[in-house]
Design a protein around this ligand. Structure first.
Ligand code: IPE
Ligand code: IPE
Ligand code: MG
Length: 306
């Protein structure tokens, strides 16, 4: 899956006509043509690339990568963190607006205490060592998931990072931690149902009559349809109002050869493109990322229309 072609000339020697045209997706299908002449994009060696607005990655294969090398699983997670940093750098350089990385699922608590604890320790270590660079690159960090339940030290470090980067306007890096799409959906449903119930005046038991029951039923029915819509539901998700309503992922990448979502962004993935690569996450390079983006650029997204 190697990408071949001429290497880009550095911007200092590149003439205007040599400059690549990067298309950054903005609306559902609208595309902005950007003339990219800064060196950060120098590793694009083709003329037309559609840069998705939102890329989501299921970073899988850390354990198998380590096992193949006779290393402990945590060595795989350590190498995986480095790959995450490299992918963030690339996404930021290429003008991707949102990068959502699946770092820990609601099901990952089933793993050994040692592995779970180790993952969060590594997260603290890398967030700490990378914070300055993230900030320098104008990256805004956020977390999605029921992340208040993660170990306290990791929670504090992440809250500090979110706070430090909150005014940044570059890449939005969303780290999914204790994230599960089913839990996210149930949480959204509960919240909307609460809104319906708040608006409907349910009479006291002693006032109950058949007529009353019927009126209440009709009222609930009416408010359900008005309050629970695709749009209002989307806004209840972690990716909704809380994060300024981030667009659905244009592209979901999963490494390690597995071809499943494993409870990731089930609702948001309705019209996402998928890219599966056999590469284990610690070996996921900028080159591989670029190769996937090139493939994505050639896809015809129809959203049901023609
Ligand atoms: C992904 O790698 C990282 C997390 C789920 C935390 P895995 O740890 O799932 O690696 P494999 O799938 O066992 O190889
Ligand atoms: C999905 O990977 C979760 C993350 C990458 C954080 P898993 O390794 O947990 O998924 P399964 O168990 O193979 O489906
Ligand atoms: Mg796995």
């Amino acid at each position: 899956m190697e990408f071949s072609g001429n290497k880009f000339k550095p911007s200092s020697v590149r003439s205007v006509s040599d400059a690549p045209v990067l298309s950054v997706e903005r609306g559902d299908q609208s595309v902005d043509q950007l003339d990219v002449s800064d060196e950060s994009c120098a590793d694009f060696n083709h003329n037309e690339l559609r840069v998705p607005r939102h890329v989501a990655i299921i970073m899988d294969g850390n354990g198998r990568w380590a096992k193949k090398r006779g290393l402990p699983r945590l060595a795989g997670h350590n190498a995986g963190m480095k790959a995450m940093i490299e992918a963030t750098r690339a996404a930021s350089d290429w003008g991707i607006r949102y990068l959502t990385v699946y770092a820990f699922s609601t099901e990952n608590w089933k793993r050994s205490k040692e592995e779970v604890g180790g993952i969060f320790k590594l997260l603290i270590k890398y967030v700490e060592s990378e914070l300055r660079e993230l900030n320098r690159n104008n990256v805004k960090v956020n977390v999605i998931g029921d992340y208040e339940k993660i170990p306290k030290a990791a929670l504090l470090k992440l809250e500090e990072t979110i706070e430090t980067t909150r005014n940044n306007t570059g890449l939005n890096l969303n780290i999914a931690l204790n994230y599960g799409s089913r839990a996210e959906i149930i949480r959204g449903i509960r919240s909307l149902v609460q809104k319906v119930l708040k608006e409907v005046d349910i009479p006291e038991a002693h006032e109950h009559s058949l007529k009353n029951n019927h009126d209440v039923y009709l009222k609930i029915q009416e408010r359900l349809e008005e309050i629970i819509t695709e749009d209002s539901f989307s806004r209840e998700l972690y990716t909704g109002d809380e994060l300024g309503n981030i667009p659905d992922p244009d592209l979901i990448i999963r490494t390690s050869g597995e071809e499943r979502l494993s409870n990731f962004l089930l609702w948001q993935a309705a019209y996402s493109e998928f890219a599966f690569t056999p590469v284990m996450w610690p070996e996921f390079t900028r080159e591989e990322f670029r190769h996937i983006l090139k493939d994505y650029s050639g896809r015809d997204r129809r959203f049901g229309g023609r």
